[in-house]
Design a protein around this ligand. Sequence first.
Ligand code: FAD
Length: 283
Amino acid sequence: MTKPAFSFEFFPAKTEQGHEKLLSTYDELNKLSPAYFSVTYGAGGSTRSRTLDIVQALCARGDTDIAPHMSCIGDDKSEIAELLDLYKSLGISRLVALRGDLPSGQVDIGELPFALDLVKFIREHSGDHFRIEVAAYPEMHPQARSFELDVDNLVNKYKAGANASITQFFYNADSYLYLRERLEKRGIDTVAQPLVAGIMPITNSSNLMRFADSCGADIPRYVRKQLADFGDDSKAIREFGFEVVYRLCERLISEGVPAMHFYSMNKVEPNKRLIEALGLVHQ
Ligand code: FAD
C-alpha cells in the first residue's frame, strides 16, 4: 500500500524566544522529510510581519517547501498582490488560500470576501506560479448555510484553480470519506485534486475543546468523556490521545488517504511519534 505524504503546520511565535524554539522544532521535524511546512496567517493582517519573519527564516534554513497561509477577509487586493509578489521573489511556490475570520471589532470585509475570490485573484495575478491549497470541512464550516452549500463552495474553489484542499481536523474518519465521495460525485477527481486530511494530535484537553468549539469540529463523546476523566493527568491524556489519533490515521491510510497535514501546534514529540509509528518516514 502506498504511504501517504505528510506535512506540518506552524503558527508564528509571539516572542523572539518562541521564534528560536520554532526553528529548532523545524529542524527536528524536517528530519522526517515532510513534503512541506505551512505557516498560518492572522486574518486582517494581524500576524503579517510575524508570518513573514518565520516564512523567510524557514526558507533560508532548508530546502523543504514552505507554504504560507494567506487570508483575504479585511485586506485590499493591492496588499494581497504585494504579498504574492514578495512570496514569488522568495522562491515560494505553494500557498494555503483562506478567507480567515476577522479579528473582533474589525468590520470591513475588504475587496475579497470569500476564499473563492482569493483563489480567483491569485490565478489572475500570478497565473499558475503557485500550487494552491484551500480549506475543506468534513463536518461543515460553522457559518455555512447548509452542508450542500458548503460542498458547493469547496467544489467552486477547486474549479477556480485550487490544486488541493486540507480539511479542518476531525476524529470521525467517516466524515472525511463522506466528503471525498461527495466531491467525486460532483466531478472532482480527488487523485488529481486531493482532499488532504488535517490531523490534530491530542495532547491537551482544554485547548482541544476550545479549538473544537470555535471551529465546529466534533469531539466524539467517548473521547470527550475520557479526556474529562483524566483531569490534569497529562501523561494519560497524551497516551490516550496518541491511541485515538493513531487509529484515525490507520483507518484513513487503509482508505487510501493521499496526504495528511499535521496541525503540529509547534511541537515535535506528538507529531514525530505518530509519523514514526505509522511508518510514514521515507527511507
Ligand atoms: P470560505 O471558503 O470563503 O468559506 C467561509 C464560509 O462562507 C463557509 O461557511 C462557506 O460555506 C460560506 N460561503 C462561501 N461562499 C459564500 C457565499 N457566496 N455566500 C454565503 N456564504 C458563502 N484562519 C486564519 O485566519 N489563518 C490561517 O492561517 C488559517 N489556516 C487554516 C488552515 C486550514 C487547513 C483550515 C481548514 C482553516 C484555516 N483557517 C485559518 C480558518 C479559516 O480561515 C476559517 O475556517 C474561516 O472561517 C473560513 O475560511 P475558508 O477559507 O474556509 O472560507
